[in-house]
Structures are given as structure tokens and as C-alpha cells.
Design a protein. Structure first.
Length: 208
């Protein structure tokens, strides 16, 4: 799959054609049928509403029509597990302030998630459409801003070589200023491993 390197360390890639136009349309329609106010990970197992994340979102579940997307993500990252896909919809003014995707293992919920499914090791953020203005994905620690491009995905790894969260992967969705943005999260889980284990070396992207 063709990709461009946006940033080397931490590794952030742009994959221009990660989903087909048909897949994007399907995911938007499936997401629209189940949208609810987005939540963030917190000690409540069902998540918490938080002023830092004002979008709406929907989980697509194990739908055979979106399985090829999860499979693609697994093959590209060479990680075995991919959470079910989450479609996110932003209207004007909605945003997700900068945050990290890895579970915080100093919290009970973080420990529980890592025990049950493994730590998050990488993210594919798929753009299902393009808002008329705004809605960039920003990485403030590395000074990177990525404008949504329909069908493309941004991929980044979360961990430092010592297995700890890389704080430079802080990222967020800037407010949409015109139109509507649809994106989709695909979070890859690392197989269970003792703390401090080196990151799975196979998480390196393949050569273009
Ligand atoms: O919408 C974006 O550009 C970023 C979304 C994000 O970081 C998330 O949903 O975790």
C-alpha cells in the first residue's frame, strides 16, 4: 500500500487510499444510524462525556462489510488485534482536544483494558470525507497538522522503544469551521507483554 512519511520520530504516515469510496460511503451511513455524543475512556466501563471531546460517534460492530478494513489495518501494521471501528462525526465547532490514545496504566480502567485486550500500540485515523474548512488532525508536540482527505488514513505508533507511551504522539481533532467531518478510528492492540518489553518490531511499516 502506498504511503507518505509525514514524520520520522515518532513515525507518522499518510496513506492516501486506505479505504475505497464505497467503503467510506457505507461507513458514514452505518455510523449515522447509531451516532451518540462521543465519550472518552474513564473509570466508568461505558466511558464518560467530556468537554474536551464534543463530537458524536458510533461503533460499527462486527459487520462483514467493514471487516476488510480491519483486516487491511492488521496486515499493514502486522498487529493481530484491531478494535471494532469507531466512526466520529464533527459538526461546526466540534473538536477533540489533544490527547493520547494509549491506556493510562496508572488508572484502574487502563489496567483493566490492558489486561483484557492488550495496550493500544498504533492508530489508523481514516478520513471518510472532507469538511469544507477546519477539522485538521494536529500533533502539537511535533508541529504537524494534517488536513482531512477523503479515503486517506493517518497512521502512527504510540510507543517508545522501552514500551512506554510516547508523549510526542499527543494529537487532537481541531474544530470544524465549515461543513461536517467524518473520520474513523481503528485502534490496534499490542499482544499482552510484560511492562518494558520492546515494541513489536513488526510494527515497522513495509517498504513503499
Ligand atoms: O478527528 C481527528 O482528527 C482526531 C480524532 C482522534 O484523535 C480520536 O478520535 O481519538
Amino acid at each position: 500500500m502506498h504511503f507518505e512519511v509525514l514524520h520520522r520520530d515518532p513515525l507518522i504516515l499518510f496513506i492516501p487510499e486506505f479505504v475505497s469510496a464505497e467503503e467510506a460511503v457505507y461507513c458514514i451511513a452505518a455510523g449515522d444510524r447509531a451516532m451518540e455524543r462521543s465519550k472518552v475512556v474513564c473509570n466508568d466501563p461505558s466511558g464518560c462525556i467530556d468537554a474536551r471531546r464534543t463530537s458524536e460517534s458510533a461503533h460499527l460492530g462486527l459487520d462483514p462489510l467493514v471487516e476488510p478494513i480491519r483486516q487491511r489495518a492488521r496486515e499493514f501494521s502486522r498487529l493481530a488485534t484491531c478494535e471494532t471501528l469507531q466512526v466520529v462525526r464533527y459538526d461546526v465547532g466540534q473538536e477533540f482536544k489533544p490527547h493520547l490514545d494509549q491506556f493510562d496504566t496508572s488508572t484502574d480502567v487502563g489496567k483493566r483494558e490492558v489486561r483484557s485486550g492488550g495496550q493500544r500500540g498504533a492508530t489508523f485515523l481514516v478520513y471518510l470525507n472532507e469538511p469544507a474548512a477546519g477539522g485538521a488532525t494536529v500533533f502539537p508536540e511535533v508541529g504537524l497538522s494534517v488536513l482531512p482527505k477523503a479515503r486517506a488514513a493517518v497512521f502512527w505508533r504510540h510507543q517508545l522503544p522501552n514500551g512506554r507511551t510516547d508523549p510526542r504522539t499527543l494529537h487532537g481533532g481541531a474544530p470544524v469551521t465549515r461543513g461536517r467531518k467524518y473520520a474513523m478510528n481503528c485502534w490496534l492492540r499490542l499482544p499482552q507483554q510484560p511492562a518494558g518489553t520492546q515494541i513489536n518490531p513488526q510494527l515497522q511499516p513495509r517498504a513503499p
